[in-house]
Design a protein around this ligand. Structure first.
Ligand code: FEO
Length: 171
């Protein structure tokens, strides 16, 4: 069983993960609107990953005999300035999420909730990957400058990203 405090902060994280999902889906829609279908695909894969993060925490709360609560959250933005602008926003957002996950781990440690610490370790590791992959996209767009051919090439590469369902993903 988890404490009410732990239950509350985990439910808040479910909401934050769903917000991330909607943010990335909104970005995918924007990228489609500026004719970058490859990067839009990359973002849609990111959206699906966020939904699995939310579900993973939701299911953990229930497994620990807590009460999972589904909450409303704010609408994401609609427009950005460019592909580079989006990539920087994703990196900044992932950095923020890392802070949220670290806070959850701090709560688990302060409550001596060892099971929650083991559970949250997956998210700590995931954030290392999330930040690295977001940063790599920022770097690609920065190197590009004004090259249209380069943009086409990067878009094609980002279009190769495939969603791996949780059952096949490493846990
Ligand atoms: Fe759920 Fe992108 O962190």
């Amino acid at each position: 069983m988890i404490s009410k405090n732990m239950e509350g902060v985990l439910n808040d994280q479910v909401t934050a993960e769903f917000y991330s999902a909607h943010l990335y889906l909104a970005m995918s829609a924007y990228l489609e609107s500026i004719d970058l279908p490859g990067y839009a695909n990359w973002m849609k894969v990111q959206y699906r990953e966020e939904v699995t993060h939310a579900e993973k925490i939701f299911e953990y709360v229930i497994e620990r005999d807590g009460r999972a609560i589904v909450k409303a959250f704010e609408a994401p933005p609609i427009n950005w300035k460019s592909a580079l602008d989006i990539s920087e926003a994703v990196y900044a957002h992932e950095h923020k999420v890392t802070g949220l996950i670290n806070n959850l781990m701090d709560v688990a440690i302060s409550e001596k909730d060892h099971a929650a610490q083991v559970f949250l370790q997956w998210f700590i590791n995931e954030q290392v990957e999330e930040e690295a992959s977001a940063k790599s996209v920022v770097q690609q767009f920065k190197l590009l400058g004004d090259s249209k051919a380069g943009l086409f090439q990067i878009d094609r590469e980002l279009g190769q990203r495939v969603f791996t369902p949780p059952t096949e993903a490493a846990n």
